[in-house]
Design a protein around this ligand. Structure first.
Ligand code: PHE
Length: 346
């Protein structure tokens, strides 16, 4: 083997390396190339250097010099490439992880309460502040609690299946929250001071003010020496707290089998302050409740002494109170779950 052959091979290797350099684009291709030329065992240049000993003595120096030169050149070129790949990778990482702190954040949509729930809670808070507790009762109710024990006579029209949803013979969807009066008196002795908000059901056709499912809040107070004046005072206080200090309350004689005397309760119209408008149909008053003194017959059903205790009860429509508070004229809006409506309340 002649030195010029040897050097020729070295130059060819050098050229091969130069043309390969173009395809070095990342750490991986860089390390592959480094290994191919310089690896201790099988690098192309390493193999050439191992052949050094086989050359005639006088050619060795020249071959060694050129081989070393090429080795340094390859190392230098790989070094430079390494630096520029490093820089490029770093730039890419920075771009990938770039964070624009001026971008608007993702707005999280939080839920909020239904208008009927807002008003129910407001009503509850007012009564809780007056010393009442909040009770609950079943929506599927027996005719005993819904009618009998509330002093409804056997053939009373309210029991008619055309007005009331029957689940079975003596089982209905409660038509009012008043059964909770009886259930409460059965389980506790006076003094009784409770309210019970809840759903009630009647076979009414849908219209702007009627729905077959709506909401009532019942109130019952029984103690010694409770009078009609206490009823009136409680209603007045409640309405002033709920609407405004200007709101007046008026009672008109009426009849419910479970109270005596009974009354319908009106409040002065919250929209026209009593001067007459569309909402109150020009009367200045809006009906909101039924009320009265607990009928002594009820005490017979729950073993209270009617000589010792008297009490009052009233029941109002939560839907009605909500319509009035928010000036809404369509009860169906509460049950259609249209977000455009519901989102106006928070
Ligand atoms: N329960 C009656 C109704 O649904 C309202 C009422 C409650 C009347 C309490 C008197 C006393 O119309």
């Amino acid at each position: 083997m002649s030195s010029s052959d040897g050097i020729g091979r070295l130059r060819a290797l050098e050229q091969q390396f130069e043309s390969e350099c173009v395809s070095i684009v990342d750490h991986r291709s860089l390390e592959d190339t480094r290994a191919r030329y310089l690896s201790r065992k099988s690098g192309l240049l390493t193999i050439e250097l191992q052949n050094l000993g086989k050359l005639p003595k006088e050619q060795r120096a020249e071959f060694g010099r050129v081989a070393n030169q090429i080795k340094l050149k390859i190392e230098g070129a790989l070094e430079t490439l390494q630096t520029s790949i490093d820089r490029r990778e770093k730039q890419k990482t920075l771009e990938r992880e770039a964070l624009d702190v001026t971008l608007p954040g993702n707005r999280r949509r939080t839920g909020h309460r239904h208008p009927l729930t807002i008003i129910r809670k407001e009503i509850e808070d007012i009564f809780i502040s007056m010393g009442y507790t909040v009770e609950d009762g079943p929506e599927v109710e027996s005719t005993y609690y819904n009618f009998e024990a509330l002093n409804f006579p056997a053939g009373h029209p309210a029991r008619d299946p055309r007005d009331t949803f029957y689940v079975a013979d003596n089982l209905i969807l409660r038509t009012h929250t008043s059964p909770v009066q009886v259930r409460t008196m059965e389980k506790m002795q006076p003094p009784v001071r409770i309210i019970c908000p809840g759903r009630v059901f009647r076979r009414d056709a849908l219209d702007p003010t009627h729905s077959p499912m709506f909401h009532q809040v019942e109130c019952l107070l029984v103690d010694e020496g409770v009078t009609f004046a206490d009823l009136k005072g409680t209603l007045e206080r409640f309405h002033k707290e709920f609407f405004s200090e200007k709101t007046k309350t008026r009672l008109r004689p009426s009849f419910f089998p479970f109270v005596e005397p009974g009354a319908e309760v009106d409040v002065s119209c919250v929209f026209c302050d009593g001067s007459g408008c569309r909402v109150c149909k020009g009367t200045g008053w809006v009906e909101v409740m039924g009320a009265g003194m607990v009928h002594p017959n009820l005490y017979g059903f729950v073993n209270y002494d009617p000589e010792k205790y008297t009490g009052f009860a009233f029941g109002g429509g939560i839907d009605r109170y909500t319509l009035l508070k928010y000036n809404i004229n369509e009860i169906q809006l509460f049950f259609q779950n249209d977000l455009r409506f519901l989102e106006q309340f928070s």
